[in-house]
Design a protein around this ligand. Structure first.
Ligand code: XMP
Length: 327
């Protein structure tokens, strides 16, 4: 397949067009792959999930999916990947619990770029180790989409396993590389993937790692993961959801007070930052109005159920001058 979208290529805007694309890809994938094996890093994001679902339809058990849990995924994500792909689609799925590995490597590292580098490099290492355990792999599936080709920037470097050593540079299988994001979602929906996977908000490759500000500690990371799940749940009840909505947790504590037997006791706790933004291209971003009631519900749920948190802040900063992520 060429890397350029043909001028006359029809935009996939209906389930029928999505189905026609799926049928065509199944035929193409079968003829490209034959009876060989394909390896795919399955993060659970829209693009890799759609590629996995397409390949399962085309070559079934010849696809080997590797899901690396680096400990920086959101609440429920690894479980959903296993449920959808292993249990429902009968995929050949290898689940790698690499949580300790990543968190040990990241311990004490506070520089954001250094954190990103460690996460990216460790991801490749884990994936490489899994690839070496397998025999007969000849293809590497990738969730490259058309904007990745147009931009050709490194944003996806963390997901895409381009950094593999020479002897593991398998022939690439990139069935959605000429599709725009909305088309990938259409195809995913038609393939029967769940809505919360298909319409998922963008999530950075280094995951919660860049939202647990400064040097990551396990307790603060857990507080972030729990708070983030509450924020997502409450914001998804609104009639319209922003482009991205999440939490960050800075690495400072502030004073709180709690009452034990009528006696006020001061103690130190973390502040969780709630962030929601709208953007078209992530170059600039505005902050949508979130009903105050929703913010109060988020505050109450976080304070009541997340250990160690004593403040909830609402980030009204736009991009520029702030970036969308906190790191
Ligand atoms: P910023 O924070 O630069 O983010 O305003 C712009 C968009 O990019 C996402 N982002 C990342 N995505 N790896 C990714 O895959 C990263 O290291 C990364 N950093 C930021 C961010 O979520 C937003 O959508």
């Amino acid at each position: 397949m060429e890397n350029k979208r043909p001028e006359n290529m029809v935009r996939i805007t209906t389930p029928e067009l999505a189905q026609a694309f799926i049928d065509e890809q199944i035929t193409e994938l079968r003829s490209q792959i034959g009876n060989k094996k394909v390896l795919l890093a399955l993060s659970g994001g829209v693009d890799s999930s759609v590629v996995a679902a397409l390949l399962i339809r085309a070559v079934g058990q010849q696809l080997v999916c590797v899901h690396v849990n680096h400990g920086l995924l959101r609440k429920g994500e690894p479980e959903q990947v296993i449920r959808v792909f292993r249990d429902q689609m009968n995929a050949n799925l290898i689940y790698v619990d690499a949580v300790d590995r990543f968190l040990d490597k990241l311990a004490g590292v506070s520089d954001p770029e250094q954190k990103r580098k460690i996460i990216g490099a460790e991801f490749i290492r884990v994936f490489e180790e899994e690839a070496r355990k397998l025999e007969g792999i000849e293809f590497l599936g990738q969730g490259t989409i058309y904007p990745d080709i147009l931009e050709s920037v490194g944003v996806k470097a963390h997901h895409n396993v381009g950094g593999l050593p020479e002897d593991l540079r398998f022939e690439l299988v990139e069935p959605v590389k000429l599709l725009y994001k909305d088309e990938v979602r259409m195809v995913g929906k038609q393939l029967g993937l769940p809505d919360n996977m298909v319409y998922r908000q963008p999530f950075p490759g280094p995951g919660l790692g860049v939202r647990c500000v400064g040097a990551i500690t396990r307790d603060r990371l857990e507080a972030l993961r729990e708070s983030d799940a509450i924020v997502r749940e409450e914001i998804e009840k609104l009639p319209e959801t922003p482009w991205q909505y999440f939490c960050a947790i800075p690495d400072f504590q502030s004073t709180g007070i709690r009452y034990v037997d009528g006696q006020g006791q001061r103690y130190m706790g973390w502040a969780v930052v709630v962030r929601a933004v709208n953007t078209v291209d992530a170059v600039t971003a505005t902050v949508p109005e979130i009903p105050f009631k929703t913010l109060c519900t988020i505050r109450d749920r976080i304070i009541q159920s997340v250990p160690g948190v004593n403040r909830v802040l609402w980030d009204v900063s736009e991009k520029p001058v702030a970036t969308i992520e906190w790191e």
